[in-house]
Structure formats: C-alpha cells, structure tokens
Design a protein around this ligand. Structure first.
Ligand code: AMP
Length: 403
C-alpha cells in the first residue's frame, strides 16, 4: 500500500518567522476573450491559501494556464484575469510577477506585507516547466521555506513545479494542500474496502481512452454501466446493429477481454437498451428515439434512451459507492443531454458515496446544477482517471510520508 500522504497538518512552522510558502495550484481555468468562464478551480484553491495566510505565511502561488508555446510571454495565456479573481475572493492584493527567474526575486518575496500575495505568471511561458527541468526548479525554489502542492488537476504530470521543485525541499517541508488531500481521500479512499454494491458509470467518446480504467473496475465494481459513444463498441461486439454510431473496430477484441473479466468476477455489465439517435452528427439535428438496443442503418446513437435511463438510475440509486466518468451522450447539445442529466439526478438521489471524475462528467453535473448534491466532484480529469486506474501520480508520489 502507498505510504501516507503528507498534509498541511504535518508542517511544523516553529522556528520560522512568516515562512515563505511555494504554493503550486491548478488555476488552469477556461477563458473567453480574457474573461474567466468557470471559477471552480479558483474557488477550490481558496481554503489552502486562507489556511496558509491564517498561519502568517507569505504565499507565492503559481500555476500553468493553457498551452502557450513555451518561449516567453503570450497575452492570451496570462494569469492576469485569474489573479484579479483571486484578489476579489481573498480581499487581498495579488501581485502578478512575470520576472520570477531574475536574480533577487527571493528578496522581493521577503518584503511581502501580510495583505499581499504573489502569483507567478504562467509557468508554461518557460519550456523547462513541462520538461521537469531541475535547474529551473532550483531557481523557483530559491528563498522558499515550504512547498505545498494543491494542484490536483496537474498531479499526473511530472512538470518541474510538480516534482523537481518539491524535491528541492526536505520531505518534512513539503506536503499536499487541502484540495489534493480531499481528492485523494475520495478517489482512493472510497474504493478501499468499499461497501457493496459499487457501481461505476463509464461514458464519453472512446473505449480506447478508458481501457485501463474499465479493466481496473472489473476487479472493484459490482455493476459497470456503459453509456456514451463507447457503448456502441460494446453493443457491436455483442452482435447488435448499431447503424452509423461511432464504433472502434480495432477495440472489439479488448471489449471481449473486458466482458470476460467482468463475467469471471461476477460484475454486472449494464448497457443501453434504447437510444436517442440522429441521421447526422450536427447540432440542431432532429432527435429520433430508437426503442430497441439495435439501431437502424441510417441512424447514429447520440444519447441513451428513456428505458436505459431508468435502468441506469435504479442501479445507481441502490448503490453504496458510485463513480461516474464520462457523459452518456452528446450532453453539450440539449436534445442529447437527457441521459447524462438522468444519471446526474440519480447520483444526486443516491444515499451512498457519490464521486464524479473530472472532465466532461464534472462539467455536466455543474451544468445541471447538481454538483453540491454529490459527495465529491473532482477538479482533475486526467489526474482523477489515472488515480482511479490505480496509478501513483508523480505529483503525489513526492508528497508521501516515506518514499
Ligand atoms: P470523454 O472526453 O471521452 O469523456 O468524451 C466526452 C465526449 O464524448 C463529449 O464531448 C460527448 O459529446 C461525446 N459523446 C458522448 N456520447 C457520444 C455519442 N453517442 N456519440 C458521439 N459522441 C459522444
């Protein structure tokens, strides 16, 4: 079993006067014309920032944002709008700093007043960040007393600020922030000796993206519900006609393996029995309900049908632990969002522990206004998926108590 995660409670500030904390956050929020369109990751960062401020720390925050080229400043990817939001939430001044690699930056940090915080400009303006560069990490860590990682959504990446910077600090001066702690508690803890039945719901575009997690859950779940486009590869394997639906022909044998593993472990695989279809993949296309598991040749399945929704909802509501990863249909288009909405509603009604993996299912449950009705909505798509697959994330490995 992996060693214990070090948390804020493990930090010992005695002997430090207003310690300087390097705080890695995941402030990679969506922006439209320079305006933050979803603040989830900003508000999720606040508890740790406030905790450190209450302890009298000087806080130097940093994050990446989007995919800049990595050779200098690009206005489109500036963290400036994020800094403004942080300042508004915290009621403090947030100083955005672009020159943090310059000599003497650590001395500037020493002069921070209690009502000031520093936000380093987008780490990915420097290509060394994604290369995990150790020299870059040394410069970033200079003058800092403690390292705190609260960037859960980036923990599956071995970027410099996630691993090499952490390694610049002795183990007793690095730890996870409150968000990372919560994510690990839910995403790992929920499946440690869980009460049955455990139901895992998978959806989204491709089987190929989710092979590892599907395989993993054949040894964890009692029920595996499969919706979204990936259901059509399963249905095709089982001999159904799926019309023009998206099928990954080269993954049919893998589907066979998953089904055999599930059967051997008595895991119930629950597939759609009806569909909402269309003649083409286009917004505004007319939804046509298909009452059987088979789809006529001229149609493609873009959502699960009403009978499937009812079957899925029954299994979800009677579960003790539920995890949801991937929408049931093209939920971005209203006409094909009903299946995902009904899954979200069933999760909200379930009295067990209900966890929504990040990415599109998180976006869906937020869009349906049900995020506060489930136990946990992960802030990390890729990170939550790798964790659920059973992988040790590089950003987490360096925060374990004994390595
Ligand atoms: P993923 O990132 O793998 O979770 O996939 C999410 C995407 O899958 C969303 O953009 C959905 O619109 C898409 N999707 C879900 N169901 C279908 C479907 N039946 N046909 C095509 N795309 C789908």
């Amino acid at each position: 079993m992996a060693a214990r995660l070090r948390t804020l409670m493990d930090l010992d500030f005695s002997g430090f006067n207003r310690p300087v904390v390097f705080l890695r956050l995941d402030l990679n929020v969506p922006l439209k014309a320079g305006v933050v369109t979803d603040e989830t990751r900003i508000t999720a960062a606040l508890p740790t920032i406030n905790w450190l401020l209450e302890k009298g720390c000087r806080v130097v925050m940093c994050s990446h944002l989007g995919r800049p080229k990595g050779d200098g400043y690009e206005k489109e990817f500036s963290l400036s709008p994020v800094g403004e939001k942080l300042a508004a939430h915290l009621g403090k001044e947030v100083l955005l700093c672009g020159d943090y690699l310059m000599d003497g930056f650590d001395r500037i940090v020493q002069q921070l007043a209690p009502n000031q915080l520093v936000l380093l400009e987008n780490l990915r303006f420097h290509k060394q960040e994604q290369k995990g560069d150790k020299d870059f990490a040394k410069v970033l860590a200079k003058g800092m007393d403690f390292y705190v990682n609260d960037a859960f959504g980036t923990c599956h990446r071995a970027d410099a600020s996630m691993v090499a910077v952490a390694e610049e600090f002795p183990l007793e001066r690095r730890c996870a922030g409150l968000l990372v702690q919560k994510e690990i508690d839910f995403l790992e803890g929920a499946f440690r000796n869980p009460q049955a039945p455990v139901t895992a719901i998978f959806g989204g575009a491709k089987v190929s993206d989710k092979i590892a997690i599907l395989q993993k859950f054949t040894s964890i779940a009692n029920n595996m519900i499969i919706g979204g486009a990936m259901a059509y590869t399963f249905l095709r394997y089982m001999g159904h006609n799926v019309g023009k639906s998206r099928v990954e022909e080269d993954k049919l044998s893998l589907v066979g393996e998953i089904l055999r593993a599930a059967e051997a472990r008595k895991v119930k695989i629950i597939l759609p029995v009806d569909h909402v279809c269309a003649t083409e993949f286009a917004e505004g296309t007319m939804p046509i309900t298909c009452n059987t598991a088979d789809i006529p040749d001229n149609l493609m399945g873009l959502d699960i049908g009403p009978r499937s929704s009812a079957i899925f909802a029954d299994a979800i509501r009677s579960s003790k632990v539920v995890v949801w990863n991937g929408p049931m249909g093209v939920f971005e288009w209203d006409a094909f969002a009903t299946g995902s909405r009904s899954v979200a509603e069933a999760l909200a009604q379930c009295e067990g522990s209900t966890i929504v993996g990040g990415g599109d299912s998180a976006a869906a449950i937020v869009a349906f206004g049900l995020a506060d009705k489930v136990s946990h909505v992960s802030t990390g798509g890729g990170a939550s998926m790798e964790l659920l697959e059973g992988k040790e994330l590089p950003g987490i490995r360096v925060l374990r108590a004994a390595l």
